[in-house]
Design a protein around this ligand. Structure first.
Ligand code: NAP
Ligand code: MG
Length: 503
């Protein structure tokens, strides 16, 4: 199919952007290379997208370096104003962005409309408002001196974004960096570049000066690696797998760039026997099945108190089996395809891993039988009961609609199991006991804890992990700290300094 026909079939009104965005222009890759981005519903080609190589990253870094001094010195309120304008443009183009995200990633349109797009606008708006409110401090040092701090941008920032929430993560990465006065070279995942390129187009429309934002889709091992190594880049912020995170840290050593890592997780979602079971069942399904389970904070370890386990599982499995799988652009669809065939195979591979270690498949465990889904990357909502919390499916991030069920007999065992992984990103617990709730929140080895809820995010609330889930925080004031460096300025106001060497 021709691109114009694909756009029309997906209900898109504006042309799909498929070139690199460098120095305010959409341009081809220097060597002319492209890579097809696919529709995961049927693995058909949506568009051939320019594939950035090292030379293109160099061009983007040069543009960002040229743009930096002026952008950093612009009044903070004026930087904010552009981000606020962008948030309005995202809302004005909401349906377009939602459809484009669903087409490229497989997110159900219902989710793209209700979550991805509004959250993206909210993030740019929050940091647009933050730009002129984030400030330094005056410090009460010895008499005669004024000491104050400046929060200065770090410079050109490299951002490497994964394929699970390409639109939303573009805002999480770019908004605080830009509000703080940095310029950006961003690499979306090669399999989901379309909405980041659309954001670049809207940035230009919002009045973003050329070179401040550059978007360079390319291979991780080429463009991503070059960003991580680049001497002209002062900081790299990454979301993705722990293995790639390690590679980025190693590559950053050359110029000792700052690194921020938001890596994988194996979220413990703990249901105690005093929980509101209806709410817990519903919330636990959302925790793992939203976005086909492709979320670093997914509640992928469902931990049930042994007294309620059977009743819970019966209802939970019935709910999972009732989730409507279908075409992402059908507004009635509740679960779409995974984002790539490679990833679907990886997820289905874990069904075999579970069986080998004696796991019981309670629901799903295969691709759906429906003929209309046969060419896509679909996986049925899958529930696996593991024998031990040390089993691979209870330890490794599957990153799909695949939940591992474990049981516990008391609070101490719940905590030991929950903290028995190397990850520490999101976690949740369901209980009506206030003391237990807060005690657990303190004891859980995690960056985020949800009580009687799961997977809440807000641009004001810090987001990030501990342990193998990475370091640094996105969102809120913490994100502004991550994207600035502190300078301490000393002023002699009226101090009499005796000569150190008395002659
Ligand atoms: P990944 O390799 O970590 O990819 C994430 C991003 O890093 C992509 O933009 C990727 O580029 C880029 N990248 C890859 N190698 C790089 C390198 N050497 N230097 C710099 N950037 C590099 O993740 P994946 O292979 O797509 O997914 C595998 C697993 O990672 C998933 O199953 C899941 O467990 C985890 N994951 C976690 C998150 C999260 O939100 N925390 C997100 C995605 C994946 P290209 O893909 O374009 O080559
Ligand atoms: Mg795609």
């Amino acid at each position: 199919m021709k691109l114009a026909d694909i756009e029309a079939a997906a209900g898109l009104r504006s042309p799909i952007r498929h070139q690199l965005f460098i120095d305010g222009q959409f341009v081809d890759a220097a060597n002319g290379e492209t890579l097809a981005t696919l529709n995961p519903h049927d693995n058909s080609t949506i568009a051939e997208v320019a594939l950035a190589g090292r030379e293109d990253v160099d061009r983007a870094v040069a543009a960002a370096t040229r743009a930096f001094p002026k952008w950093a010195r612009l009044a903070a309120a004026d930087r904010g104003r552009i981000l606020l304008k962008l948030a309005d443009l995202i809302e004005a183009n909401a349906e377009e962005l939602a459809r484009l995200e669903s087409l490229d990633t497989g997110h159900p349109l219902k989710d793209s409309r209700a979550l991805d797009v509004p959250r993206t606008a909210a993030c740019f708006r929050y940091f647009g408002g933050m730009a002129d409110k984030f400030q330094g401090e005056t410090i009460p040092v010895e008499a005669g001196f004024l000491n104050y701090t400046l929060r200065e941008p770090v410079g050109v920032v490299g951002q490497v974004v994964p394929w699970n929430f390409p639109l939303m993560f573009t805002s999480w990465k770019m908004a605080p960096a830009l509000a703080a006065g940095n310029t950006v070279v961003m690499k979306p995942a090669e399999i989901t570049p379309l909405t980041s390129l659309k954001i670049a187009e809207l940035m230009a429309e919002a009045g973003m000066p050329a070179g401040v934002v550059n978007v360079v889709p390319g291979l991780g091992a080429v463009a991503g690696q070059h960003i991580a190594e680049h001497a002209g880049i002062a900081k790299v912020a990454f979301t993705g797998s722990t293995a790639t995170g390690r590679r980025i840290v190693a590559a950053s050593a050359g110029n000792l760039k700052k690194v921020q890592l938001e890596l994988g997780g194996k979220g413990a979602n703990i249901v105690f026997d005093d929980a509101n079971l209806t709410a817990a069942i519903n919330g636990s399904a959302w925790a793992i099945f939203h976005n086909q389970g492709q979320a670093c904070i997914a509640g992928s370890r469902l931990m049930l108190h042994e007294r309620i386990a059977d009743e819970f599982l019966e209802k939970f499995a019935a709910l999972a089996k009732s989730i409507r799988l279908g075409h992402p652009l059908d507004a009635a669809t509740e679960m779409g395809p995974l984002t790539s065939a490679l990833h679907r195979d990886r997820v289905l591979g874990y069904v075999g891993v579970a069986r080998e270690q004696g796991g019981e498949i309670i629901a799903g465990g295969k691709a759906p039988a429906a003929a209309e889904l046969a060419r896509g990357c679909y996986v049925e909502p899958t529930i696996v009961r593991a024998k031990s919390f040390k089993d691979r499916v209870a330890q490794e991030e599957v990153f799909g609609p695949f939940v591992t069920v474990l049981t516990f007999k008391d609070d101490a065992e719940a905590l030991a199991i929950a903290n028995g992984t190397d990850y520490g990103l999101g976690s949740g617990l369901w209980t009506s006991n206030v003391q237990r709730a807060h005690r657990m929140a303190r004891e859980l080895h995690a960056g985020m804890v949800w009580i009687n809820s799961y997977k809440r995010v807000n641009p004001g609330s810090p987001f990030g992990g501990v342990g193998q889930s990475g370091y640094g925080r996105e969102m809120g004031f913490d994100a502004m700290r991550e994207y600035t460096q502190v300078k301490s300025v000393w002023v002699n106001v009226d101090a009499q300094i005796p000569p150190w060497y008395s002659r």
